[in-house]
Design a protein around this ligand. Structure first.
Ligand SMILES: [Zn+2]
Length: 436
């Protein structure tokens, strides 16, 4: 299908209504305000959009139609056919191509004068110098890990002596009918790491519930996935993309659901649960992207207060039970490993092995570190890599914290390859009766 190209009849008219908002002085405008100056500043402002997926397509379209003209976009993904129902910058013939590149070309074609520079990369491929060139970063990501990485980068970049080193971050996220939009002013307001416990990993269903009394269709699927598969071993290795394997789990889950009178087990749900697929809904993406982009316009034009300028910096949108939205102040944490100054307490027990301590770092909502390396009192206790160091430190994993000479109040430094630049500092906190 050929796409229709709609060019504006004349450029000034296209921006008439936007100009009414941004070129007229208001209570927030600076003393030397000039309407043309604001429009020109917005046009020359360089914005980075991270993600060109469900949220990213909306964000790119909105920013381009809001008067921003110098936009960069990073996304390492290629277009999949299942994206086409909501990632509206992509067409059938784009399947397999780079999201960043196709999205950039599409928006450039539709909005005259806008320049979009695509980067078909991971955010981790770039260094501080790259991120320094932007005045504002807008994230539309589906991964907490990527958000934590860019957050740490932007916080670490701030140099009190150089105003240019300060890059506000607008972050949107959605999950099904729910979403959030928040603004981070690095080192000034609460950062993504401070708010990490609000994105706790999905609560695992206790094994006993799965084994004894399932209540939801998901419980029956998890039972088939975790318990029935292991008992029967119908195929040597579970391949979650193999329809035969998924079909086997689906039949098992369905039989169990019927035994307990639980409706709702389907093939699609089975696939969703075992692959942990978060449903993406086009309209939720558009609500959240719109909220994010309006904050960008307000930030760039001083036309109205933006999220984070006052105390409130976090807007949550709940659409899975009618509609509820709430905007509040997410507080900065003094023991935040990224923007705080003090070590964070880490509950532990002297009888735990080092392995148990490391496992607890993955499970703890405010840590969520899956591949930690750890040092304490100037000694390396465990290193994930290189292989030689891993092998050398591996025996420590089975020693208890007491055997390793770690005591209550001991500071431990933790790094994780997902956050190369961050040293997480924790302070061991033993139960009262087990302190030396
Ligand atoms: Zn923080």
């Amino acid at each position: 299908m050929a796409s229709t190209t709609v060019y504006p009849a004349s450029e000034p008219e296209r921006w008439t209504y936007l100009n009414r908002v941004r070129t007229r002085p208001g209570p927030l405008t600076k003393p030397d305000f000039s309407g043309e100056g604001i429009a020109a500043a917005m046009e020359s402002m360089r914005i980075l959009v991270i993600g060109a997926g469900g949220l990213g397509c909306e964000i790119l379209k909105n920013l381009a139609l809001s008067g921003f003209k110098d936009i960069h976009v990073i996304d390492m993904d290629t277009i999949d056919i299942s994206n086409l129902n909501r990632q509206f910058l992509f067409r059938q013939e784009d399947v397999g191509k780079s999201k960043a590149e196709v999205a950039a070309r599409f928006v450039e074609k539709r909005v005259k004068g806008v320049k979009i520079t695509p980067h078909n990369n991971r955010i981790q491929d770039f260094d501080e110098d790259f991120y320094m060139q932007f005045q504002l970063v807008v994230c539309g990501l589906d991964s907490i890990e990527a958000r934590r990485w860019i957050n740490a980068m932007l916080v670490n970049m701030v140099d009190a002596e150089a105003e240019d080193s300060f890059k506000p971050l607008i972050d949107g996220g959605t999950e099904g009918f729910k979403g959030q939009a928040r603004v981070i002013l690095p080192t000034m307001t609460s950062c993504i790491e401070c708010q990490l416990n609000m994105h706790a990993p999905r609560a695992a269903v206790p094994l006993c519930t799965l084994a004894s009394i399932p209540r939801q269709p998901e419980h029956c699927i998890e039972w088939a996935h975790v318990i029935a598969w292991d008992e029967a071993k119908p195929f040597p290795q579970l391949d979650k993309d193999d329809p035969e394997h998924v079909g086997w789990l689906y039949q098992k889950a369905l039989t169990r659901a019927q035994e307990f009178g639980i409706p709702g087990v389907t093939y699609a749900l089975t696939q969703g649960v075992i692959k942990n697929i978060i449903p993406a809904i086009a309209s939720t993406n558009s609500v959240i992207a719109a909220a994010c982009c309006n904050e960008a316009v307000k930030m760039a034009s001083d036309s109205a207060p933006f999220l984070g300028q006052g105390l409130d910096n976090y807007m949550m949108y709940t659409g899975d039970d009618a509609i509820y939205t709430y905007t509040f102040s997410a507080e900065r944490k003094p023991d935040c490993p990224v923007c705080g100054q003090t070590a964070r307490a880490l509950p532990a027990d002297p009888a735990w092995t080092l392995r148990e301590l490391l496992d607890s770092l993955a499970a703890l909502p405010e840590a969520q570190l899956r591949r930690p390396s750890v040092r304490a009192a100037g000694k390396t206790l465990y290193m994930q890599s290189p292989p030689s160091l891993e092998e050398q430190t591996r025996p420590n994993l089975d020693k208890t914290l007491a055997e390793l000479g770690l005591d209550h109040g001991q500071e431990v430094g933790v790094t994780d390859p997902a956050f190369a630049t961050v040293l997480f500092t924790f302070k061991l906190e033993f139960p009262k009766d087990k302190r030396q």
